[in-house]
Design a protein around this ligand. Structure first.
Ligand code: AMP
Ligand code: MG
Length: 488
């Protein structure tokens, strides 16, 4: 391990000690004139980095990939993945891992520059990223973190001073992404398909040591790895569903082993409740629609289980049986966690069998009458029923009566219920029109104040303060559905 630099960089490079097939060492690509656009000061502090030093010329040069900080070993990771169901070789095509920052709390966090130039895995791509989408990732990933959802984080965005050609010429930018690791289901698929069984085992041991160090006590540690990843992913997807987050591109290369949300390309939050909600321009079949996410989660985990088969048991039939049994657990973890999360959103502390139908009836009403998902729960929280479009509908009045009776059948007081609801129902989410407004001001006018204000509001989604009100309002009706894009 290296000694801390003046900026506070304190790198180790455990991934670089894996067999060579898992990565390619790189030289950094120089960019013209880097400029710091936004720096996440609280994240920098928690990583042990000096904010002032990051902001000076040398600090920004690191964030732009122009300077290798002491101790870093830049590399691009190899991985494969099922993209919309089709298996293909991928890898970091526009991201460079500098190394792992060892934080003052002794945590190990990957520091990756996204948009830092071509790598051997770039295929036809230019290795670059543009300002709007990198700021979008910054805003949404930080909002997810504040919502209490495991996620990769965003340390900084710099512009490169170089144009990037998309449909038009756009300002090039680099995002510094911070992650518990960048190990993906696709990393294991790569190992199984293109490496030896010994290398696959080294990768699995590495993942266990890095993310599940307690596993050692189990008799079949690779089965335990599978079970833990299944559990974390089920829990993660429940959290997405509870806040109405649509990931948009749940390919196996975009599913982490750590259980963090990764890859903020075409994601967006749902306004009115509709399980068919899709924003991604290329997802015409609705494969990754809101209501489909739990199923795609288990589909991806099936691919993970397949990739671990050689390690699960020497007898293939036995290995398949173990994998299938593990996958079968997903449904139960998912449903149990979803029910408890939904109960909390309705202020319910105890368990009754009929809770599931109570929840589903509300969701059905929301779907039938185009009710906003986030605001309906907020209006229920604050007993402002007259604010929802459901108000005045007989079915809703009947539902409210049932719900109130249900609350009456638990010992907790009304005030305790309300507190639970306040803590479970965000006042604000990154609404698409607000995110677009912030990006437009930033990219077209160089005015970052709109984004900064949005970030401030999103940093405390459960605060329920008066200032948040204007961020909870819905967009004006539009003739165009909101669309998001991959690989921007
Ligand atoms: P994504 O859809 O963001 O998960 O990306 C899928 C794959 O495409 C990954 O291997 C990325 O590294 C790669 N990729 C996306 N954009 C670019 C780009 N502009 N240049 C090179 N590779 C890219
Ligand atoms: Mg990706």
């Amino acid at each position: 391990m290296t000694k801390t630099t003046e900026t506070g960089w304190n790198f180790d490079n455990s991934y670089a000690r894996l067999p060579n097939s898992f990565f390619t060492r790189l030289n950094l690509n120089h960019v013209d004139s880097p400029k710091l656009i936004i720096l996440n000061e609280s994240l920098a502090n928690s990583l042990g980095l000096d904010v002032k030093a990051l902001q000076n010329e040398k600090g920004v040069a690191v964030l732009a990939g122009n300077r290798i900080p002491e101790g870093a070993l830049p590399l691009a990771q190899a991985y494969a993945g099922h993209q919309f169901g089709h298996f293909t070789m991928l890898g970091d095509g526009r991201a460079i891992l500098l190394g792992e920052q060892i934080t003052p709390n002794d945590e190990r966090m990957d520091i990756q520059l996204k948009g830092a130039g071509r790598t051997p895995y770039s295929r036809m791509g230019d290795g670059r990223a543009t300002l709007g989408p990198m700021l979008r990732e910054y805003i949404i990933s930080e909002a997810m973190h504040a919502l209490g959802i495991p996620t990769t984080r965003s340390l900084a965005v710099v512009t490169t001073g170089e144009p990037v050609i998309r449909e038009t010429e756009l300002p090039g930018a680099i995002l510094t992404r911070v992650a518990a690791s960048h190990l993906r289901v696709g990393t294991f698929q790569f190992a199984t398909n293109f490496c030896t069984d010994v290398e696959l085992q080294i990768l699995a041991d590495y993942a266990i040591e890095r993310h599940f160090p307690v596993i050692d006590v189990f008799s079949n540690r690779y089965l335990a790895l599978l079970q833990e990843v299944i559990k974390r992913q089920a829990e993660l997807i429940v959290k997405w569903q509870l806040v109405g987050f649509v990931h948009g591109v749940m390919n196996t290369d975009n599913m982490t082993i750590s259980g963090e949300t990764i890859d903020y390309g075409p994601c967006a939050f749902m306004d009115n409740y509709d399980p068919a909600t899709v924003f991604s321009s290329i997802d015409s079949q609705g494969r990754y629609a809101y209501g489909h996410q739990p199923y795609m989660g288990v589909w991806n985990l099936g691919r993970f289980a397949e990739s671990l088969l050689p390690l699960l048991h020497e007898n293939q039939d036995e290995a398949i049986k173990l994998a299938e049994d593990a996958i079968d657990e997903y449904g139960e973890v998912y449903v149990t966690k979803w029910l408890s999360g939904m109960r909390a959103k309705l202020g319910i502390f105890t368990e009754e069998t009929a809770d599931e139908s109570l929840i589903k009836e509300l969701l059905d009403l929301m779907q039938k009458y185009n009710a906003d998902y986030t605001n309906t729960f907020r209006d229920l929280t604050f007993n402002q029923l007259e604010n929802t479009v459901l108000f005045g509908k007989k079915e809703f009045a009947q539902w409210v009566e049932k719900w109130q009776a249900r609350l009456g059948r638990q010992q907790q007081s009304k005030a305790e219920s309300q507190q639970l609801m306040r803590d479970s129902n965000p006042a604000v989410i990154p609404r698409n029109h607000r995110v677009e407004e912030a990006l437009k001001a930033a990219v077209e006018q160089g005015d970052y104040s709109v984004m900064e204000r949005l970030l401030e509001v999103l940093a405390n989604p459960y605060a329920h303060t008066p200032e948040q009100k204007e961020y909870a309002t819905l967009p004006a009706p539009s003739n165009w559905p909101y669309q998001t894009f991959c690989g921007t």
